[in-house]
Design a protein around this ligand. Structure first.
Ligand code: SF4
Ligand code: SF4
Length: 75
């Protein structure tokens, strides 16, 4: 199944540094898990940390380095 994904998801999730994000939206197509959501009404990026698998794809495409993987605290 998706043991590696599940393992990573338990360990890391994406964190957005909003002050660095310039809204270029290059990260959106990089995420295959719909964890990055562009909210048109407020013109901002939202992160669904429960959809995020911690794959890191978005981190590498963000020109502003606004996205980073952080250890996830699992209760
Ligand atoms: S790629 Fe980076 S700067 Fe561009 S919208 Fe995504 S988080 Fe913001
Ligand atoms: S780390 Fe992967 S799953 Fe999480 S938001 Fe970025 S691209 Fe999507």
């Amino acid at each position: 199944m998706q043991s590696t994904d599940t393992q990573t998801r338990q360990q890391y999730c994406i964190e957005l540094e909003e002050t660095l994000c310039d809204g270029c939206r290059k990260c959106l197509p990089a995420c295959s898990y719909t964890a990055l959501i562009w909210v048109r009404a407020s013109d901002e990026l939202l992160v669904d940390i429960w959809a995020c698998t911690g794959c890191g794809s978005c981190v590498t495409v963000c020109p502003q380095k606004a996205l980073s993987l952080q250890p996830r605290n699992v209760g």
